[in-house]
Write a protein that binds this ligand. Structure first.
Ligand code: FES
Ligand code: FES
Length: 163
């Protein structure tokens, strides 16, 4: 299939590339840009492993076509840490043991980051509701929820954003 040009920003870097119209954003990030932190689980919008930020909103990148990202700003888990320093959310996942095999973790980090940017002080119920689109087969979720609450508390005491 003929490729078409797109221009977008990925983790703060402007990118210009040729994509097939049917490529997903997930495929483009992983297979073309080699940003393999974003995971492919179900490929149909049910697991959240492929979650990235598009214009600051968390989306399932398996459901977005690459041409739809033209002109937009995309952030993957590789773009969450700053200058080698983990974000509050990443740090809290480590501290609370909010991961085991880690396959779901990039998606959770992205979804939690989007939530805390929108609502820096969510209730446990709000966290569970907002992370309902991310599935984890290992942790039982409780440690993930505690990690997000810990990140929220750290942000409140440090006055820092969720990134
Ligand atoms: Fe996209 Fe599962 S791989 S939601
Ligand atoms: Fe293994 Fe979540 S830590 S799927």
């Amino acid at each position: 299939m003929a490729k078409i040009p797109i221009q977008f920003t990925v983790n703060g870097e402007p990118r210009e590339m040729m994509v097939e119209p049917a490529w997903t954003l997930l495929r483009t990030l992983r297979d073309e840009l080699l940003l393999t932190g974003t995971k492919e689980g179900c490929s149909n919008g049910n697991c959240g492993a492929c979650t990235v930020l598009v214009e600051g909103r968390s989306v399932n990148s398996c459901l977005v076509l690459a041409p739809e990202a033209d002109g937009l700003e995309v952030t993957t888990v590789e773009g969450i840490a700053r200058n080698g320093k983990l974000s509050h959310v990443q740090e809290a996942f480590v501290q609370e043991g909010g991961l085991q095999c880690g396959f779901c973790t990039p998606g959770f980090i992205i979804s939690a980051t989007a939530l805390l940017r929108r609502n820096p002080n969510p209730t446990e119920e709000e966290i569970r509701l907002n992370l309902a689109g991310n599935l984890c087969r290992c942790t039982g979720y409780d440690k993930i929820i505690k990690a997000v609450m810990r990140a929220s508390a750290a942000m409140a005491s440090g006055g820092a954003p969720a990134t």
